[in-house]
Ligand binder design. Structure first.
Ligand code: HEC
Ligand code: HEC
Length: 430
């Protein structure tokens, strides 16, 4: 029987309670200020997803549940409620769901995210779908667990803007329904660590497989078309994508499409003087204060330093996490800074081996000599990684991106794509 559904009866009772909470919450229904987006209503796409999906790795899913935060239907329902409750933010208007909207595959569709007071950050919101499998969280991997992760947006001044986690707890601790729910789930009053546990526990129900590609791998040869099949070949051969979007490049990886590692692939580095920024960042990194590093990553130009902000290693300058590629078609725009609009732009970037003047560029980035047909095939493969839950959205989004790509291809540089690999730029030693 399905794990989270086992206690279905209890869950239904909890859901009635949660529905009452939503109605009682002014933030969920009230007006929103200026350019600030509204908190989405959690519809069917916000529901915990079945453990059994074609392509879902049962062993990895089990291993992703920490022993000190086991899943229960009541805890998951409490976490879902908190995820969509604006009252956790300083002015009551921003929830996790504002930037991680289930209808948009838990992203916001914006280049960079907008938090309280319409304030913009520096980074593109990744999806929380399959985040339970991440070895580290955030584009620079600055924390490892979903519990640690959830604490940071609550106190980030351009996200949810609370002065402290306890200030967020205080906002909900006076609400009777939350008192009852925390009592039932954790046996005590609302508090920070339990609030983070509940949110993380909800996020761990968001596994997303069952894509056409998964059906193809499971043996249905007609689940994807010829273009996607050719794209899958290219991904593992001439396209060199498997160098970073696979657990090892020796064996084909059909699960999470990431090496869980960090690489400089030449995004954003041209726009920033990273050497000067790295010098500026040293003191901050030495402080080791997670909230301060979070502010630097989300709010300042130091964002461009990527993994360096965590490790202080020169080779990590402007390195970012290889993201899981599942549902990538419906999570545009792309890269940590949301700088690319379409998957065609992403593949154009790789095709020219962008970053000639970038001394920290990963060795696996080089001109690929992909033809226009090859590029279309790679995009078809990436599109085939969309979960069945987002099928309709995927059809529309692919049509939109294709239309854009027929008129604008800002990253296309066919001459460079067919050039030999350029010599490596020397390290400047900041
Ligand atoms: C204002 C928009 C905003 C809000 C509100 C927000 N996030 Fe995010 N989230 C982001 C952005 C942007 C990133 C990437 C930041 C980075 O990597 O430095 C992110 C990253 C994440 C990640 C890491 C995913 C990965 O693949 O590395 C998770 C998980 C996550 N958020 C969950 C949450 C939770 C839980 C909340 C509420 C407590 C929340 N977010 C609130 C915008 C937001
Ligand atoms: C050297 C390692 C490396 C190689 C090779 C590589 N990638 Fe990536 N990929 C990354 C990293 C790191 C990021 C995030 C970079 C950033 O945001 O600055 C990324 C981001 C992406 C994204 C954007 C995802 C999102 O959610 O924004 C897509 C799509 C993608 N890669 C597809 C591909 C394809 C297709 C190929 C082969 C043509 C490829 N990658 C080759 C490491 C790599």
């Amino acid at each position: 029987m399905d794990g989270w559904a086992r206690e279905g009866l209890v869950r239904r009772r909890v859901r009635v309670m949660v529905t009452l909470l939503v109605i009682a919450s002014p933030a969920a229904s009230g007006p929103t200020a200026g350019a600030q987006p509204e908190i989405p209503t959690p519809g069917p796409l916000a529901e915990p997803r079945p453990l059994r999906q074609v392509g879902a790795p049962a062993d990895l899913t089990r291993a992703a549940i920490p022993p000190d935060n086991r899943q229960t239907p009541q805890k998951i329902a409490l976490g879902e409620k908190l995820f969509f409750d604006g009252r956790l933010s300083a002015d009551g208007t921003v929830a996790c769901g504002t930037c991680h909207d289930p209808a948009r595959a838990f992203t916001d569709g914006k280049r960079v995210s907008i938090g309280i007071g319409g304030r913009a950050g520096q980074r593109n919101a990744p999806t929380i779908l399959n985040a339970l499998y991440n070895k580290t969280q955030f584009w620079d991997g600055r924390v490892t667990t979903l519990e640690e992760q959830a604490a940071l947006p609550i106190v980030n001044p351009v996200e949810m803007g609370q002065p402290s986690l306890n200030a967020a707890v205080a906002r909900i601790a006076a609400i009777r329904e939350y008192q009852d729910a925390f009592q039932e789930v954790f046996g005590g009053r609302p508090n920070g660590p339990d609030l983070l546990r509940a949110i993380a526990s909800y996020e761990r129900t968001q596994l997303s497989f069952d894509s056409p590609f998964d059906h193809f791998i499971a043996g249905d040869a007609s689940a994807i078309d010829g273009a996607a099949k050719r794209g899958w070949e290219l991904f593992n051969t001439r396209g060199r994508c498997n160098k970073c979007h696979a657990l090892t490049d020796a064996e084909r990886d059909v699960t999470n499409f990431t090496d869980h590692d960090f690489h400089n692939i030449g995004i954003g580095i041209i726009r920033h003087n990273v050497v000067a920024l790295a010098r500026q960042a040293e003191q901050l990194i030495n402080s080791g204060d997670p909230a301060a590093i979070d502010r630097a990553a989300v709010q300042t130009e130091m964002s461009a330093l990527g993994r360096f902000l965590i490790t202080k290693k020169e080779s990590d300058i402007a390195s970012f996490k290889s993201p899981n590629l599942r549902n990538v078609l419906v999570t545009a725009p792309y890269f940590h800074d949301g700088s690319q609009e379409t998957l065609w732009d992403v593949v154009d970037h790789y095709n020219k081996g962008d970053g000639l003047q970038n001394p920290y560029l990963d060795e696996d980035i080089q001109p690929l000599a992909l033809t226009e047909d090859d590029i279309d095939d790679l995009v078809a493969f990436l599109a085939s990684l969309t979960s069945g839950d987002y099928r309709e959205r995927a059809v529309k989004e692919l049509a939109r991106q294709r239309a854009v790509s027929r008129t604008t291809r800002p990253q296309r540089d066919t001459a460079r794509a067919f050039d030999p690999k350029p010599p490596r730029a020397p390290l400047p030693h900041p």
